[in-house]
Design a protein around this ligand. Sequence first.
Ligand code: DGJ
Length: 743
Amino acid sequence: MTLLHTDAQPADLRPEPRVVHLRAAGVSLVLHLGADRLPSVLHWGADLGAVDPAVLDDLVRTGETARANNDVDVPQPLSLLPEQSRGWSGTPAVSGSRAGADWTTRFVPTAVTLDERADGGLLEVLADDPDARLGLRIVLELLPSGLLRHRAELTNTATDGPAYEVGQLAPALPLPPVAGEILDLAGRWAKERIPQRRPVVVGAHVRENRRGRTGPDAPLVLAVGTPGFSFRTGEVWAQHVAFSGNHRAVVDRQYTGATVLTGGELLLPGEVRLAPGQSYTTPWVYAAHSAQGLDGVAARFHDHLRARPHHPRTPRPVIVNTWEAVYFDHDLDRLSELARAAAEVGAERYVLDDGWFRHRRDDSAGLGDWYVDEDVWPQGLKPLIDVVTGLGLEFGLWVEPEMVNPDSDLARAHPEWILRPSADRLPLVSRQQQVLDLGNPDAYAHLLGRLDALLSENDISYLKWDHNRDLLEAGSGAGHAPGVHAQTLAVYRLLDELRAAHPGVEIESCSSGGLRVDLEILEHTDRVWGSDCIDPLERQQIQRWTTQVVTPELVGSHVGASPSHTTHRATDLSFRAGTALFASFGIETDITRLDPAERTELAAWVALYKEVRPLLHTGRVVRADVADDSLALHGVVAADGSDGLFAVVQLTTPDLSIPGRLRIPGLLPDVEYELRVQAPGDTPRLRAGDPVPWTVAPVRATGRVLATVGITAPALQPEQLLLLRTTATLSTRSTGPAHAGQD
Ligand code: DGJ
């Protein structure tokens, strides 16, 4: 750790301002640390290699801007926390006041520490504004994956007087002029993560999430790149705000051309009021640069997630979930039979979904009453758990802890435990439920106690933790002050306390399907549920974009019934299973009602998943750019490049009858592969004619040939999927570096 300067030193002993260069995994971050101003970014992008310090210093001069008419007289560099006092007139990075006073800031660094590492490093800046009586801490870390993350902390350094109300605190990163097009994700229930594009124009592109939870329309990723950037091409700068409450993500371009990528928590009025000495810390904001399109961005997020010490490393079990199999129709015999059928097809974990607790005969009542329903389960859950564990499966249980139905013993006993705008008004009812106020210590303690008791009294290995409504008018405590911030942190704490008390238990984050999907909830849970829509056609898109940030092993995907319960679309089992395969695989249909042939085919898919999950859950996600958007090609290439599994997916009917060649990217260019179809995903229905030759007998090609020439696309019928395996031949197996990522 190098101490670069501190205000404890006399001014003339301070080191000169300097330029630092951090490098990791193909990314360079060059920062200018000024003595009297917050650091600014001189370069965030492709690796510059080892650069001579004198050349680095000249980056300051080559980056100095001209003065624009009508702008401040002395052009100011854009800092990590742009302020009006330094010439920034865009979205404020910091806002707030003490009842209208101290509303503008001018921070000056007091100490800067730099921890340079072989792979990246960490910069910490302490700064002070004695006039506004505020302290600031900025932490910026270049992680070994090449992913950047940064956060800020604001402290009310006054010793007395009124509280400082924080309006906004959002660190920023600059974008270069070539970053001219935005891609982010929107969505809705059962169709999460829909991509949308627009050019960068003067003004702000603002994505605000005011739902009190990560919503279906939360921009899991906000990417800005060279126009036309795609999965495999273009230079991209992308951001993810890791927070499960209200948050915002912004691209802001000023008429001067200065453009920033910024984001943070979205604070409600008066939500964070800092008494003297108190601090507020933003969530982590993650940022990825890629010179190789969106796949390069995904790779940085994936490498980061997989490097975490608590990343799940045991094989991701095949789950059977009871929801779409039986819904609320709980019956020990039927559920035991389902468990036996699950074991027969090879399932490894059995999850009893909604409907097991008191008063929960449908979704209108019972949330909050976390006691096993004595009418439906007179002997408790033990008889079912014994059947499940006796078959060698783990047992999992659905809960929705933060919620309460007005028709529940808990809501009747403790109406004061419900988030509400005032004592005599409740928020609008949604899904017939309200939200418990976890900022209330009694409500929190009650919930922790019930969940702890359930886990202690039953052999439960897994919780599916649901969250099915937005937090509207979420006033907390006796004063009904805005409570989303405290609620979000309380949920994290609750999850952590339970995990500490029951270390073997894994937790899935589910939220009206795939809503609460963000990197901070994944710090406290082990998997996210991708969507309530398990129609494979819709799931192709949902998974394609969810894995933009989250690794496949962390995204739950199940084989459902045909027709699908959400879309009523009928699809082949191979399309459903071949779609769920590229995730954390499960089954969510009444297996007992499948005919013997379907059970046999399902068992074959389960066997394939077990065989290929080490590859799928450690390898590099590849999404090809295809000329015809009726088709998709995606896959996973092993970390050492020796193996690959791809899916050729016919989504809709193509305009052209003969689709031509399909390029297969992501393999090592100089390695020779044997390419063959992979059973059981090898028998899709064809639109016309005979199968193309390579689907009948294996062929050989190098990674370069596959990426640049490609192979003939099979003429699949719509909603069909073909699996394709690429295995390095023995002669060239050892020549390739791991994950070069080249086409
Ligand atoms: C919403 C979830 O997304 C579903 O998977 C299911 O668990 C239901 N809730 C149960 O109410």
